[in-house]
Design a protein. Sequence first.
Length: 418
Amino acid sequence: MASKPSDSWLNRTVWGMALASLFSDLGHEAQSTLLPSFLAALGCPPLALGAIEGLADATSSFMKLGAGWISDRLPRRKPIVVVGYAATGLASAIIAQASGWPLVLGGKFFGWLGRGIRGPLRDAMLTDAIPARARGRAFGFHRAGDTVGAILGPLAIVVALGWAGNGGGAGLSFMRSLMFWTMIPGLIAAGIMAWIIRERERVVVRGVSLRHALARMPVPFRRNLVGVGLFGAGDYAHTLLILAATQMLASSYGMARAVALGGLFYVLHNVIYALAAFPAGWLGDRAGHRRVLGVGYAVSVAVPLMLIVCFYHGAFTRGWASLGLFALIFAVAGLVNGIQDTLEGAATSELAPAEHRGLAFGLLGAVNGVGDLVSSLVVGALWTVHPTLGFGFAALMMALGATVVLLGQHQALEGSAS
């Protein structure tokens, strides 16, 4: 059923998508938290985890481009989004049956295929359902729901493993059952999309090739995408942030406690992310999505710079001072991620032509995917020489991305004034 346009931004679609993302991320993050221990219990080497996650991320990123373009040519996006959410949930059931890494890879591939297909289509549907004046708030509310799930999922697994461990029952059989049950939130998310969300009527693009659709993208959108790509080339995976904290805290607290502290700092990161998403969107609606995004990019440079100081001066990573410093580092990273994920989507919805929104969000996802791959590989490779080189590269690329986005916003203001 198609919905009618609404003047209210906090409508049924926004609530429903936030709730669906909460449940989906709860299940996905619970699965991701359990996966390293599950693979270890199966006797798989650490290399298997890296290969599985890398292939899954690449699959999701590049599926977004094709799915976005195809969705612009279809009368309805909602059925594909529902299937995407269901696939993400069912991936856990596939992984739970594994006796080795190949079936785990198959399950992750299947699940991330669903994530790649649904992402740009869901964001395009969200844009269609809200007034232009409130895009930042709507995307921020959605991202906050998503991140609440990302907090609850890992905490649920930590509690379950802790409870089972105290009773001596946290073996492979228990983890297999737990992995299976992480499917349930994903299926609930698919049900919410199917029965609560109403898709709005829109213009359907027919007879336009991918090449011509790309050519129709406005110059401001392309310029903003360049800035997103440059920033993404320095926006390393936050598993490296956790690794940095673990390495530098181990000498003071021991490896076991350092690992636990790294996990707690990441929970703090996700809490700040959830709290920042909606205010970032609200501010973006008033001050300009690209302006606030560019400022967020600029603030993010402080994170790798603080890590460079830490690696050069070990005195900053000892005793209670180390805990306060790393709490600050993870909090700033969470703040920046809340701004980034909210306003990259809001800026895309603002700059992209309505008839090609699916493709625009697909391009955003693909650019972010390439950036994630480049940043994690380059920062990780430079880390083997010295960590400061890796974080120095990250700071440079983040600063370049911030400059391009802010210049694009400035040029847009000058153009409107003239």
